[in-house]
Write a protein that binds this ligand. Structure first.
Ligand code: DHB
Length: 312
């Protein structure tokens, strides 16, 4: 019998699949769809202190190989998501979920984390240090000093299980530098990775950028992201303390893609662009395909092959 159970920190999940934050998780209707799906967990849209409308539309486009988005953090505000998880916890006392939080300033990151600390939320918190789409704001985790400043301030008061959502890195020296920082903190997990920041996609008929904000620049997801997400999971697994779990995100279209992220060291796997395209039924398909892959390779559980990538 196949067993797809997995763990992040002390939390157990029946399978490794969940949504990537931002996709299908804006409001109660979206979140209930995820909750009623076969996904092993769910995460709420990155929340700021106050609700935000986000950037002007069009701000999301799909091409065959992937997506571009420049949403600009539209969300209903942290209080909305805290109320959702409060009710969720009463109805599903044994199912752990994730909340994503974000700040457009240092102060807002801390303020929104305080809201979670002071709430009855008993799941896992993911702080988003990698949003590429707020005009004028850099992606936090590309700035090591700012990352240290935020993590120092967070761990001075935050006692719930916490992880960071990272942007993609491309240079082995960057992995060394970031892992050295992250290893100093009692992080429960990292999530690698966010979209490939500031790509461009162009409409061939009109020679026009596909999204409106930021002159067409936006985060790229989907198949374009897969080799980069595999490398980011692998590179961090080789460098982080083993107690820090890894959520692998980027370019999942098939069960084989899920398998490969786990092969590189992922404990859980998030689905963004493909979830946006197919809706929550994607999770049943991916689980079927993942099981087929395990059987073909003679594995019975994820720990049989997690991190076991072979190299030449
Ligand atoms: C948005 C995009 C991201 O990639 C992210 O991590 C957070 C927010 C957005 O544009 O809303």
């Amino acid at each position: 019998m196949l067993n797809l159970r997995t763990q992040i920190g002390n939390y157990e999940f029946t399978n490794p699949l969940m949504n990537a934050s931002g996709v299908n998780c804006f409001d109660k209707k979206d979140l209930d769809e995820l909750s009623n799906s076969v996904a092993g967990s769910l995460i709420t849209k990155s929340a700021t202190v106050k609700p935000r409308q986000g950037n002007p539309e069009p701000r999301y486009a799909d091409l065959t190989l992937g997506s571009i988005n420049s949403m600009g953090l539209p969300n209903l505000g942290i209080d909305y998501y805290l109320e959702y998880v409060h009710n969720y916890q009463q109805q599903h006392p044994t199912d752990a979920i994730f909340m994503s939080i974000v700040g457009t300033t240092f102060e807002e990151n801390i303020a929104v984390a305080h809201k979670i600390q002071d709430s009855d939320f008993n799941g896992l918190t993911e702080i988003n240090l990698s949003c590429p789409n707020v005009p004028g704001e850099p992606q936090t985790a590309y700035d090591p000093k700012q990352t240290v400043k935020i993590l120092d301030a967070l761990f001075a008061f935050f006692t719930k299980p916490l992880g960071v959502k990272l942007p993609p890195f491309f240079d082995l020296a960057q992995f060394d530098q970031m892992a050295k920082i992250l290893n100093k903190y009692p992080l429960t997990f990292i999530n690698t990775m966010n979209s490939l920041g500031n790509g461009l996609m162009i409409d061939a008929n009109t020679d026009t950028a596909l999204v409106k904000p930021k002159g067409g620049f936006g985060g790229i997801g989907g198949a374009y992201a897969k080799p980069i997400s595999l490398a980011n999971v692998r590179a961090f697994r080789q460098r982080l303390r083993p107690e820090i779990n890894i959520i692998g995100t980027g370019g999942v279209r098939t069960g084989r893609d899920v398998y490969e992220l786990i092969l590189c060291g992922a404990d859980m796997v998030q689905v963004g662009t493909t979830l946006h395209k197919e809706g929550v039924d994607v999770f049943a398909r991916l689980l079927d395909e993942l099981k087929t892959e395990l059987r073909a390779k003679g594995h019975e559980q994820l720990s049989d092959f997690r991190g076991q990538l072979r190299t030449l």
